[in-house]
Design a protein around this ligand. Structure first.
Ligand SMILES: Cc1cc2nc3c(=O)[nH]c(=O)nc-3n(C[C@H](O)[C@H](O)[C@H](O)COP(=O)(O)OP(=O)(O)OC[C@H]3O[C@@H](n4cnc5c(N)ncnc54)[C@H](O)[C@@H]3O)c2cc1C
Length: 575
């Protein structure tokens, strides 16, 4: 059995930032980071548009309070305002800190860090490195990890969280290279496992964003918070779904329908293309439904709308958003200097997640905390995004709450001892799980089943939802679970068996999908990204509260938890 004081699952921005903070504060604490990908290949590396902070380099009228208000309004008043205050107060400092670590941000003429406009933000406060911001930050963080003596386990798939009586004691993992099983015993476990975009058929997320950390937590008995809130990003490139960053609209691009009209003036006249994502995604979906989408041959009635950059000119396009130009050119053959890009909404971000307090400690229920278990980043829900996240607030959450969580772990771990558990029993259980997957004798191909599941989630729990649709989706999940037992694997080996990993990831996807649908069915209102055609209004008297969904094989139990409101009283949300 391996042993480390602290084990962090996930080598993205949140995990790396936490590991670094622990090492900076207490270099003698033994910290390990485990990731199923190389840390540099975590989805954070793909982040494009930027990271928000009221540095006031472009807009001297900005303030943390203004940033907090925009965030809370963007969240449709479901964000916890104490958590938002911390996020926005610490933002300028984490940016300067990243800069000191070596991150190369884009600059203004006067040498200060440049800041651009972003959806839902009332001031220009998004710092960026062209449209490769995640790349710039993650590379520096990973370099700094090595310098600070963090042990890194690369390409180990974590299968199980060892949590007994509300206390985290370690994790169980599988080495993808050769199938070796190992347990890491630790005083603290931290999850920074990222999002779950792969629950849906069209997503901006990487292949590894399968919600493993969420599923492992739920199976271990931890509730998941606000899982009904799935962000669909307005501008996924059609048909592949990869992201065309909001930075493109931040720099001035237009959304136009088949009639050549900037249709956002019908939906958010004051903010136009820079309305928050939930509103813009609904607008695009409604335009397409009304027959004002476009076909690939340019005729009306098709499945996408246009994102038009042509008026921005070559110089601006190539200096500010070169990567987005390249994506459209490489993937769908569109030269955005001369032609508009075909776009439509794509599953992008997980507002909900593993519930944590503002210290990063995981909750076992509305009023009880776990011991030894922390989480941060996209997999966690400290609820700074509530029902809808603003662009460029997620990278910020990863570094602010990565740092805060690291700081708290550094002091928490001082008083903690390693706990005992029956390691042999866990290893035996994992061995049996793998053998039963490898020995499956069914007739259904796993890849086909995954595709059907993802199609079903997109159909039954997409941008717009109804009770009948979601009930049908849940009924289909029961069928998919039965079919999973009838699936088989082509590869029965132990060397780089990626099919086996995909089989385990599909289990995560299915747990997470069921949690999303069940939480969504129970929220009988429309708020932020959760938009119901049978309950079209926000209903504060009944639903200004966080969902806490508890998973068990017998069924999912949905409970609720109050929202922290201490700065801004809920108002109607208009743009
Ligand atoms: C294309 C794209 C562009 C984006 N652009 C922006 C932007 O401009 N601004 C912004 O604020 N946000 C942006 N976002 C969102 C933001 O990038 C993410 O929310 C954030 O990077 C998540 O970081 P993370 O550290 O939580 O997780 P990730 O970076 O997703 O890392 C997850 C880690 O967990 C590991 N892991 C997961 N499961 C397991 C397992 N079972 N075993 C072992 N390891 C595991 C993975 O290997 C990985 O290392 C973007 C997202 C996408 C998809």
């Amino acid at each position: 059995m391996l042993q480390h004081d602290v084990v962090i699952i996930g080598g993205g921005l949140a995990g790396c930032r936490a590991a670094l903070e622990i090492k900076r504060l207490t270099p003698t604490v033994d910290v390990a980071v485990v990731a199923k990908t190389h840390p540099i290949r975590s989805h954070s590396v793909a982040a494009q548009g930027g990271i928000a902070a009221s540095l006031k380099n472009v807009d001297p009228k900005d303030s943390w309070e203004a940033h907090a208000f925009d965030t809370v309004k963007g969240s449709d008043y479901l964000a916890d305002q104490d958590a938002v205050a911390l996020l926005t107060q610490e933002a300028p400092d984490v940016i300067i800190d990243l800069e000191h670590m070596g991150v190369l941000f884009s600059r203004l003429e006067d040498g200060k860090i440049a800041q651009r406009a972003f959806g839902g933000h009332t001031h220009n406060r998004t710092c960026y490195a062209a449209d490769k911001t995640g790349h710039a930050i993650l590379h520096e963080l990973v370099n700094n990890l090595r310098r600070n003596g963090v042990t890194i386990y690369t390409e180990w798939y974590v299968m199980q969280l060892i949590l007994e009586d509300g206390e985290a004691k370690g994790i169980l993992m599988y080495r993808i290279e050769d199938g070796k099983l190992e347990i890491i015993r630790s005083k603290v476990v931290m999850f920074a496992t990222g999002g779950y975009g792969r629950v849906f058929n069209t997503t901006s997320n990487d292949y590894a964003s399968t919600g493993d950390g969420l599923a492992m937590s739920a199976i271990a008995g931890v509730p998941l918070e606000d899982m009904e809130f799935v962000q669909f990003h307005p501008t996924g490139l059609y048909p592949v779904g990869v992201l065309i960053s909001e930075a493109v609209r931040g720099e001035g691009a237009y959304l136009i329908n088949s009639q050549g009209r900037r249709f956002m003036e019908d939906y958010a006249p004051s903010r136009m293309e820079l309305a928050p994502r939930d509103i813009t995604s609904r607008a695009i979906t409604l335009e397409i439904r009304a027959g004002r989408g476009v076909h690939l041959d340019g005729s009306p009635g098709g499945p996408f709308v246009y994102l038009d950059l042509r008026h921005m000119g070559e110089e601006k396009i190539m200096s500010r958003v070169p990567f987005c130009w390249e994506e459209a050119h490489r993937l769908v053959g569109v030269d955005a200097i001369y032609e508009p890009m075909p776009v439509r909404p794509t599953a992008h971000y997980c507002m909900g997640g593993i519930p944590v307090n503002t210290q990063g400690r995981v909750r076992l229920s509305g009023d009880r905390l776990t011991e030894g278990f922390f989480a941060a980043g996209e997999c966690a829900c400290v609820s700074v995004h509530g029902a809808n996240r603003l662009g460029s607030n997620s990278l910020l959450e990863c570094v602010v709450y990565g740092r805060i969580t690291g700081r708290n772990i550094a002091s928490y771990v001082q008083d903690r001892k390693f706990s005992d558990f029956d390691a042999q029993a866990y290893l035996e259980g994992a061995k049996q799980r793998i053998e039963s997957l490898l020995n499956k004798k069914g007739t259904i191909r796993l890849g086909a089943l995954r595709q059907q599941f993802q199609d079903s989630m997109a159909e039954h729990c997409g941008v717009f939802r109804t009770e009948a649709l979601m009930k049908e989706g849940l009924a289909q999940i029961e069928q998919f679970k039965a079919q999973y037992e009838q699936a088989y694997l082509d590869d029965q080996g132990s060397c780089w068996n990626t099919e086996l990993i995909e089989a385990m990831e599909l289990q995560s996807i299915m747990v997470v999908g069921e949690m999303i649908l069940t939480s969504a069915l129970n929220r009988k209102e429309s708020r932020g990204a959760h938009s119901r055609e049978d309950y079209t209004k926000r209903d504060d008297p009944n639903f200004l509260k966080h969902t806490l969904a508890y998973y068990s094989a017998a069924g999912i139990d949905v409970q609720y938890m109050p929202v922290v409101i201490n700065m801004f009283e809920p108002k109607e949300r208009k743009y």
